[in-house]
Ligand binder design. Structure first.
Ligand SMILES: Cc1ncc(C[n+]2csc(CCOP(=O)(O)OP(=O)(O)O)c2C)c(N)n1
Ligand code: SF4
Ligand SMILES: [Mg+2]
Length: 295
């Protein structure tokens, strides 16, 4: 098991938003507001949370959180967050980003971080388009979507983030939408409490370049918001995969959740065993032993 994350009675500093620069009406505002709500609700110390992201509109997230975080290289948020998570078991590590960052340039990192079960929460704000670079086809854009890279409509089959997460080995896989704030909060909270790699796909509308993309999932726009059926067994991988296969708007909630040893726990026990072997030695003596082995 990873070391428990420290929660103390009061945050040392209220975490506030630093002038988000998203377009008015962008779904990403909702995710940011609920992140603050989560931090406040759980009374997490300012020093005990890290917010990591890659590049994209959604990935600007850490700029708007006045706490420790990093706006890293496009698609490389997960390797950076892995280092933080493995070296600092006392922190909540949250990663936010877009569908392009997660599944295009960062696609391979997604698979490997999931299979290693590194403890962190990854919220992908999926808007089915590259927003920051002004409307290119993304890996989640549906067939026929007209963009600057597919002027006559997308021809490539989109990926299904939920199926991909389950198949890659993520131990917590959930889906939500920015138009249902209570549900976003619920999913982020459950993800944070999971000891392992937790993935949340959050539909987050790009009102500038893909307006109305998720109307079919929004009851206020005539759509339907269907929860994961109460009888669904979250430990049943095949059942989760079948849920993920439902046509849009599909289901919302926790699709899959299993407990498996994390890489954090495995590394911690390896480190402890190695430290035992060199007990009582000074740093230079340990170094000397390594050099001696090379002789
Ligand atoms: C190495 C590299 N390649 C390409 C880019 C250009 N670029 C910046 S953001 C982005 C895509 C962002 O899309 P997404 O992750 O879906 O985020 P959104 O803006 O939609 O929230 C691209 C291609 C870059 N910054 N770096
Ligand atoms: S371009 Fe789209 S994703 Fe980017 S801030 Fe504007 S509405 Fe949001
Ligand atoms: Mg996007």
């Amino acid at each position: 098991m990873s070391a428990p994350v420290t929660e103390l009675p009061q945050p040392t500093q209220k975490i506030v938003a630093d002038h988000p620069t998203w377009c008015p009406g962008c779904g990403d505002f909702s995710v940011l507001a609920l992140y603050f709500k989560l931090i406040e609700k759980r009374k997490i110390w300012h020093e005990k949370i890290t917010t990591v992201a890659g590049i994209g509109c959604s990935s600007r997230f850490p700029y708007f959180v006045q706490a420790h975080g990093v706006h890293y290289i496009h698609g490389r948020a997960l390797p950076f967050a892995s280092g933080v998570s493995l070296s600092r078991p006392d922190l909540h590590v949250f990663v936010f980003g877009g569908d392009g960052d997660a599944f295009s340039i960062g696609g391979n990192h997604f698979n490997h971080t999931a299979r290693k079960n590194i403890k962190m929460t990854y919220v992908v704000m999926d808007n089915w388009v590259y927003g920051l670079t002004k409307k290119q086809t993304s890996p989640t854009s549906p067939l026929g979507f007209k963009s600057k890279t597919d002027v006559t409509g997308a021809v490539d089959y989109p990926i299904n983030p939920m199926k991909q997460a389950i198949a890659a080995g993520a131990t917590f896989v959930a889906r939500t939408t920015h138009t249902n704030p209570n549900h976003v909060l619920q999913m982020m909270e459950a993800a944070m409490d999971h000891d392992g790699f937790s993935f949340v796909e959050c539909l987050s509308e790009c009102v500038e370049f893909y307006e109305g993309a998720f109307d079919a999932s929004n009851p206020r726009k005539g759509g339907v918001f269907n929860l994961v059926p109460a009888e669904h067994n979250v430990t049943d991988e095949l059942a989760a995969y079948k849920l993920a296969d439902e046509a849009f708007p599909g289901r919302f909630g926790i699709f899959y959740k299993v407990n498996k040893p994390t890489k954090n726990a495995k590394e911690a026990s390896l480190n402890a065993a190695n430290m035992e072997k060199v007990k009582g030695l000074r740093d230079w003596q340990i170094l000397q032993k390594s050099f001696d082995r090379l002789k």
